[in-house]
Design a protein around this ligand. Structure first.
Ligand code: HAM
Length: 422
């Protein structure tokens, strides 16, 4: 086939009928979970101020330094949001949501944008669902956030995952740890990968996240943050683990788990799946007690997660989990002649008002090709209308699966539909 003149941008994907039903199913489960956990939906704009993301996510992160879709218009700096947490924190601050009292429990889903090199499970426009609890420093909130995330996968029947857990401490614990880590790495600095050498001064903890071959031996024996947590962070981490045990949520501690966003404090976690290939994180998150203040709000402890919907679907496909298919149509009206088409147009409305899905041919095709179309659309019933039927006021009502036909007036057809489809 000839290459079309226009295609989507690299890493941006159309979601076509046949596929979209799976999305709708997953979205229903996410909404249902949010309702059960009593989280409220928040919708923020697709574009934010570039400075918000730079300050929130961190100037030196890959997301900000390499992957932003950003442009200027007049004096305004726009960025397509690469994630949802900084925008939610911005909305929380801008609308003084803390004044609504209590903790704010928010969830969202929608497209995010990162100019990454596309590969399986990594796109430039992708979709996240996520939840944030703002206004609680308590480890119960961390446990609830993790429970929310896992509930979605369990509802879908996706059980093949591992929860990796760590604490990345607070600035005080990290300051101490960074020193120790740098002292450990310094003698071998020249043997590290280029990117790790660059990170040595700016963000040495990110070296632990390196996938470069030459870094691995040094990472394996590196000192771990959990040995350098101050009392507050260590106690918090301990409590989170206790609560997860109470909830029977299994986790693996991974003291080398560091996140690619700068706002995390204390708890950090990732849900990884063996069914995803190299981009193995289904979802991830953690606590971010300093973010709201960092972007100009009041000091507000918070914790959250976000998960990729594309990756969830990839894992479901690998495990043959069926998420729904194109819905069939209840009734297809097959018409022959202009009068029949006019009759059909009026009666589709009656059928729809009675609660049944109904479609008809828009191309004045032959009866034979309309019957084929009815089959292709998965119609349960066909109503066949031609001049003879209009004259006698009786229409052929065909049960497509059973190939059984009856000649009925319209009221009787409605009654049959009620009997058979209710
Ligand atoms: P993140 O780890 O950058 O965290 O992204 C969360 C999830 O989004 C990933 O685990 C992955 O499933 C999906 N994801 C990320 N980038 C891509 C991509 N290019 N293509 C497809 N899927 C992708 C955050 O975004 C934080 N905001 C999470 C959070 C919420 N932390 C606290 N609250």
């Amino acid at each position: 086939m000839a290459k079309p003149a226009f295609t989507t941008h690299t890493g941006m994907v159309d979601i076509l009928p046949g596929e979209v039903e799976k999305w709708q199913y997953v979205e229903t489960i996410i909404r249902k979970t949010a309702k059960l956990f009593h989280f409220h939906e928040i919708r923020t704009p697709i574009m934010e101020q570039t400075e918000l993301i730079a300050r929130g996510v961190g100037q030196l992160t890959d997301i900000v330094s390499k992957e932003m879709f950003a442009f200027d218009r007049g004096d305004d700096h726009y960025v397509l949001r690469p994630e949802g947490t900084a925008p939610v924190a911005r909305a929380f601050t801008e609308h003084h949501l803390e004044q609504r009292g209590g903790t704010q429990k928010l969830f969202y889903m929608g497209p995010m944008f990162r100019a990454e090199r596309p590969q399986k499970g990594r796109q430039r426009q992708f979709h996240q669902f996520g939840a944030e609890i703002l206004g609680s420093a308590h480890p119960l909130a961390d446990a609830e956030i993790i429970a929310f995330m896992i509930y979605v996968y369990k509802e879908i029947g996706l059980l093949n995952f591992t929860l990796k857990l760590n604490s990345v401490g607070d600035p005080e614990s990290r300051k101490k740890y960074k020193q120790v880590l740098q002292d450990y790495l310094r003698p071998n600095l020249s043997k590290l990968s280029k990117i790790s050498q660059q990170r040595f001064e700016t963000n040495p903890m990110r070296i632990l996240d390196s996938k470069e071959e030459e870094d691995q031996p040094f990472i394996a024996d590196a000192p771990v943050i959990t040995d350098y947590l101050n009392e507050d962070c260590a106690e918090h981490y301990q409590q989170v683990k206790c609560y997860l045990d109470d909830l029977n949520i299994h986790y693996e501690e991974d003291p080398r788990l560091v996140r690619g966003l700068d706002y995390y404090t204390k708890t950090a976690f990732e849900l990884v799946s063996p069914d995803l290939g190299s981009q193995d994180a289904l979802g991830a998150g953690g606590r971010y007690d300093l973010l709201v203040e960092e972007i100009g709000g009041r000091k507000t402890p918070a914790v959250g997660f976000a998960a990729g919907i594309e990756r969830l679907l990839i894992a479901c496909e690998a495990l043959n989990i069926n998420l729904g298919t194109t819905p069939d149509v209840d009734v297809y009206i097959v018409t022959y002649g202009d009068n029949a088409r006019e009759w059909a147009l009026k009666h589709v409305e009656v059928i729809r008002n009675a609660g049944f899905s109904c479609t008809l041919d828009y191309a004045a095709r032959s009866m034979k090709s309309q019957m084929k179309d009815a089959d292709r659309e998965g119609a349960r019933f066909a109503i066949i209308v031609g001049e003879d039927e209009l004259k006698s006021d009786k229409f052929t009502f065909r049960d497509m699966a059973e190939s059984a036909e009856a000649s009925l007036n319209f009221d009787d057809i409605l009654e049959r539909l009620n009997d058979k489809l209710d």
